[in-house]
Design a binder for this molecule. Structure first.
Ligand SMILES: *Cc1c(COP(=O)(O)O)cnc(C)c1O
Ligand SMILES: [Zn+2]
Length: 405
């Protein structure tokens, strides 16, 4: 049905031969691609529904017909169209804040859980800046899998709260996300738990690609010219390329959009590697940004992200924390979509691309808002201006006159 192929040395592996990454190239360079037998996959446009869950795509997911499917409805998230926003012909907003735990990560977690059952694991774990963790905790809650979560000290309180209400075992590491990740890998191997860690587990990206598949279905297979997405580890952006690529291979669409990755200025590890050019060589930094979900200094999917973005004709951009904060508010005011910082960074990237002349206004573009704004209200506290008015009609009326109309 499918094979695994190393992104660097291009060795093929059978699915039962290997669990995570290419043993010859190691964790970083040896991330694996899932390659399908495209000639033998037939999907008709008419069998796809804009709002069905991700499991409607199982013919091009690495799971069997009888695979475990999450109890909660993952995917089928809205694609909103705004004509003329920022003077652009059409701006689509793909909003994944409506997923069960409020972020894009649910797409990957759903597949990780299917695979954990298929391989016969009883325990599953991940390290996460927040969303992968809350996603794993939420989607495993109605299952009999035991869940272990490693989070860094900096995770926002709403995301940590999700872990507790869903009943996961939480291990908060007093260190960075990158440190939490490395520790979790060592413990996971020792304990023989299944890994839901980004990039290490090749199946996660296959779940994430369903966002691209949905955009294709929701645009009636006339995909946008350019897409924008926030980038941390680089798995989501890689998955978007892979989704469009798979649909093109089976003849459902005729192009892959130009893919623009948006990084926070203080966490631009992938942009740096991309700019240095081939052969892409990981170069780690100390990450610092308010956008916790993309605050990654040691990106795990850097090779795929750079290769795929290059193939798409796209590039990487940097936006400052201030631009991200302003983008949260502007996006919410213009569209009604309230994204968390990493989600709104894509919109900040769209604005930057316009100002740099990277895209033209007669394009159709899509912004992936990957997480719900309610997950991290602290980050925008500085922008909230609330005055207390005495409970007197006259004073309140006077105050109303001072408000913007
Ligand atoms: C994880 C995440 C991203 C970035 O995905 P990567 O695969 O790490 O690049 C973007 N936005 C949100 C909300 C996320 O949770
Ligand atoms: Zn290899």
């Amino acid at each position: 049905m499918y094979k695994l192929k190393c992104i660097s040395c291009e060795t093929y592996y059978d699915p039962d031969e290997i669990l995570y990454t290419c043993p010859k190239c190691g964790d970083r360079l040896g991330t694996l691609e899932i390659v399908y037998d495209y000639d033998n996959i037939v999907i008709k446009k008419s069998e796809l529904d804009p709002y069905d869950s991700i499991f409607q795509f199982k013919k091009i997911l690495p799971i069997s017909n009888s695979a475990y499917q999450t109890y909660l409805h993952v995917g089928g998230t809205p694609l909103y169209s705004f004509k003329g926003l920022l003077g652009i012909k059409e701006v689509f907003v793909k909003y994944d804040g409506t997923n069960p735990t409020g972020s894009y990560k649910d797409r990957a977690t759903a597949i990780a859980i299917s695979k954990a059952y298929e391989f016969g694991f009883k325990n599953i774990y991940c390290a996460s800046t927040g969303n992968a963790a809350s996603s794993l905790a939420g989607l495993t809650a109605p299952t009999d899998l035991e869940t272990f979560i490693f989070v860094p000290a900096s995770a926002p309180i709403a995301k940590i709260t999700q872990l507790y209400v869903y009943g996961a075992n939480v291990i908060q590491i007093d260190g960075s996300y990158d440190e939490a990740f490395d520790i979790s890998m060592k413990i996971g191997q020792k304990k023989r738990w299944y890994s839901r860690n980004s990039a290490i587990n090749p199946y996660l990206l296959e779940g994430k690609k369903t966002g691209a598949l949905e955009v294709a279905v929701q645009t009636d297979f006339e995909v946008p010219d350019t897409i924008f997405v926030g980038v941390g580890d680089g798995t989501v952006i890689s998955s978007l390329y892979k989704g469009f690529y798979d649909f093109m291979q089976i003849g459902l669409i005729d192009k892959i959009p130009k893919i623009i990755g948006v990084q926070a200025q203080g966490a631009d590890a992938i942009a740096r590697v991309f700019e240095k050019g081939e052969p892409f060589t990981p170069e780690d930094i100390e990450a610092k940004t308010i956008a916790d979900s993309i605050s990654v200094g040691k990106p795990r999917d850097v090779i795929k992200a750079c290769k795929y973005v290059q193939k798409s004709g796209g590039t990487f951009l940097r936006v400052s924390d201030e631009e991200i904060l302003n983008a949260i508010v502007e996006l919410a005011e213009e569209t009604g979509v309230f994204g968390e910082p990493a989600g709104a960074s894509a919109y900040a990237g769209l604005k930057k691309a316009l100002s740099l002349g990277l895209i033209s206004r007669d394009e159709r573009v899509c912004v992936f808002v990957t997480g719900n704004g309610l997950k991290d209200v602290r980050s925008i506290e500085s922008l909230v201006r609330l005055e207390k008015i005495p409970p007197k009609i006259e004073t309140v009326l006077q105050y109303i006159d001072t408000l913007k109309q």
